[in-house]
Design a binder for this molecule. Structure first.
Ligand code: SF4
Length: 325
């Protein structure tokens, strides 16, 4: 099989938020939303990122697009480190890197027609004249399975699934290469989630797109992802090829997430006993020393409190951060 080129390489990326209250605060405290995360995404592929809410996955997606300035680390896009580029230097990259938002209700301006919503990024980047823009909007509506004649209608006239299609058309307007899909189906009815995922896959094949696909559980990401990374409290705890992760999960947290996926066959469901996680998720403000999962891990050992496990290569691009390995 042909080896694909790397589009994005993230090296030791961190994003901390200062949570000091007032100028007389004695000690600096930080929310360590993303802490020393590294991975690669190849051109035309999808990396799924999974974890519970508050694990830092959305912050990571936004930091990759430089909607947040990284605290440390490198974001190498097509061979160029963009982590420290200034706003004006980022302009050509902003066009290539787009985002699809989680909430198709809040992310579309209700006072704009859908034609204007989709055309807005083209206008911002000054890419086409008025006639070309309209033509492009109609093409995009057709591409996402909506009626090109609907350009003058408003977001409230559409269902949740249709609004998400409008959000996708907007993200595609400026011909991006890379899209962060931030839980694009979690606000949608289960019945239309698969339709939207299938459409994203078709668009990827058709337009050669590369995705970072963020989700809060493992049920839908397998379908679309080439590789999957699991995040816990700002750390990447496991990453592997999609099939390998489902067949051979190693980290206790990944095993618990996998056991929570509903299984349609009752016999299989009996075999796949759900692993209930005990304990609370610790605060991301000054998270605990050692392994951040140790308060909920039934295999925790004294060494898990003393040092942080590093991601260890188990072969075949399967990496895990746990002292059991
Ligand atoms: Fe559990 Fe220790 Fe592994 Fe953390 S390092 S997941 S606490 S066994």
């Amino acid at each position: 099989m042909e080896e694909k080129d790397t589009l994005i390489e993230v090296k030791n990326l961190s994003k901390f938020f200062d949570v000091n209250k007032g100028m007389f605060a004695k000690k600096k405290s930080y929310v360590k939303a993303v802490d020393d995360v590294s991975f690669i995404i190849k051109k035309g592929e999808t990396l799924g990122i999974v974890g519970e809410s508050g694990c830092g996955k959305t912050t990571m997606g936004r930091t990759l697009l430089k909607l947040y300035e990284p605290t440390a680390g490198e974001i190498i896009y097509n061979g160029k480190d963009i982590a420290n580029l200034k706003n004006n230097e980022m302009l050509p990259y902003r066009r290539k890197m787009q985002m699809i938002f989680q909430d198709p209700y809040a992310s579309l301006n209700s006072r704009m027609s859908i034609g204007d919503i989709i055309a807005e990024p083209i206008e911002i980047h000054k890419l086409m004249n008025k006639i070309e823009r309209l033509e492009r909007v109609r093409y995009l509506l057709n591409k996402v399975g909506l009626n090109p004649e609907d350009v003058r209608r408003y977001p409230h006239e559409f269902s949740g699934g249709q609004r998400q299609r409008i959000g996708i058309a907007r993200a595609l307007a400026v011909q991006p290469e890379f899209i962060v899909c931030d839980e694009p189906i979690s606000a949608l009815d289960v019945s239309i989630q698969a339709q939207v995922v299938n459409m994203l896959e078709d668009l990827q094949d058709d337009l050669g797109l590369t995705y970072l696909f963020i989700a809060h559980d493992l049920s839908m990401v397998k379908h679309i992802s080439n590789k999957i990374g699991v995040m816990y409290l700002g750390k990447l705890v496991e990453i592997a090829e999609s099939n390998e992760l489902y067949k051979n999960p190693l980290h206790p947290y990944t095993k618990a997430l996998l056991s929570a996926i509903p299984v349609p066959d009752p016999d299989m469901a009996l075999q796949n006993k759900r692993i209930m996680l005990e304990g609370e998720i610790p605060s991301p403000i000054d998270p605990p020393e050692g392994c951040r999962f140790r308060g909920r891990c039934k295999y925790a050992m004294p060494m898990c409190a003393e040092a942080q496990p590093e991601l260890k290569d188990m072969g075949g691009e399967h990496k895990v951060a746990c002292f059991l390995y």
